[in-house]
Ligand binder design. Structure first.
Ligand code: UT7
Length: 330
């Protein structure tokens, strides 16, 4: 376990959209949203704020916390399903913003599992020995992908970014541990943006029927999220020889409070040991684990030696989990 997180950062746009704000936009109410999802409010980016802007804030914080300089970064991975544009990649835009002149940069698409996928891809590259430091960012402007007339989805999502700087530090105890990733492309149509890409380019009809926005079979996604994250959690605990009580903190993708509770109960983790901030941010897709990790670090919830589990699930379907032991700050 010689790859370590040296620093974390996060950013959420200033504008808070509450459930009461949504009541004025679609046929919904605060009580339904809170009881069915656990969400009270979410952040919404300004019209002139793009995903790379959110990512840049989080990246700067993470680099500062790491004690490194932007030019020390070798790899920049931005996990996102709401890039500024098809190309150049959001990662290259961030590279320019932060002045990471010596990095190579690319985006990574695994929807809500993107940050976790990014950690594993970066870890594998650092393990190879050719690169020494990586900046992994999950960043989303989900508000740009949502159909604001669909109450089944528009109440769920929010905007934000989370980031982590990883480096090879063999002299330290702890670090990133076992990881398990999976995907099932047969279930892609349960959560998708059907149009706007090369299959169905944007036309007037597409804009009229909102098929360039998120569509989701909520109940199906819910079931698969619980099943896959539970299975992954149990698999990882068995692989590491850890019991659920060994985990100081589980940081799951924040999609729905009821999903988190179902996984917690099935895996047997004490209630206080599951990190929850979905109430304040909603589902920020690839950003959620990075934001939660940063909040856990900055609030003192994570201490050196703590055993942690990250868990993710998203469109594709994609899912995964990773164990880590929090190491001494840089
Ligand atoms: O990040 C990737 C993964 N994404 C997820 O994990 C999301 C997973 N799915 C979910 O979180 C839940 O399925 C939802 C929160 C999306 C929906 O909750 P649900 O308990 O599955 O509700 P439902 O879709 O079965 O709808 C129940 C009722 C329906 O009314 P009827 O048919 O019973 O009369 C809906 O029309 O609630 C209605 N409804 C709403 N009512 C008020 C659906 N959305 C709303 C709403 N406000 N916003």
């Amino acid at each position: 376990m010689s790859i370590h997180i040296l620093g974390t950062g996060s950013y959420a746009p200033e504008h808070v959209m509450t459930n009461h704000d949504l009541e004025k936009m679609v046929d919904t109410n605060d009580e339904w949203i809170r009881t069915r999802t656990g969400i009270s409010e979410r952040r919404i980016a300004a019209p002139d704020e793009a995903t790379s802007d959110l990512a840049t804030h989080a990246a700067r914080e993470a680099i500062e916390a790491s004690g490194l300089k932007p030019e020390d970064i070798d790899i920049i991975l931005v996990a996102t399903c709401s890039p500024d544009m098809f190309f150049p990649s959001t990662a290259t835009l961030v590279q320019e913003n932060i002045g990471a002149k010596n990095a190579f940069s690319m985006d990574l698409g695994a929807a809500c599992s993107g940050f976790l996928y990014g950690l594993e891809v970066a870890r594998s590259m650092l393990d190879g020995g050719r690169y020494h430091t990586a900046l992994v960012i999950g960043a989303e402007k989900m508000s740009s992908l949502v159909n604001w007339e669909d109450r089944g989805t528009c109440i769920l999502f929010g905007d934000g970014a989370g980031a982590a700087v990883l480096a090879f530090r063999p002299e330290r105890a702890g670090g990133l541990g076992p990881c398990n990733l999976g995907s099932d492309g047969g279930l892609g149509d349960l959560l998708m943006i059907p149009a706007g890409g090369s299959r169905i380019p944007v036309t007037e009809q597409v804009l009229k029927d909102h098929s360039n926005c998120i569509t989701m079979s909520g109940q199906e996604v819910f079931k698969h999220a619980v099943t896959n994250m539970t299975k992954t959690a149990k698999h990882l605990l068995a692989e590491a020889g850890w019991s659920p009580d060994d985990l100081s903190l589980v940081i799951p993708h924040q999609a729905n409070r009821r999903i988190l509770e179902a996984i917690r109960a099935r895996v047997g983790v004490p209630e206080d040991n599951v990190f929850v901030n979905v109430d304040r941010y909603g589902n920020t897709s690839a950003a959620s684990i990075g934001i939660a990790l940063d909040e856990a670090v900055r609030s003192g919830r994570l201490k050196p030696g703590n055993k942690v589990m990250l868990l993710a699930f998203g469109a594709g379907f994609t899912w995964g989990g990773m164990l880590l032991e929090w190491s001494t700050p840089a």
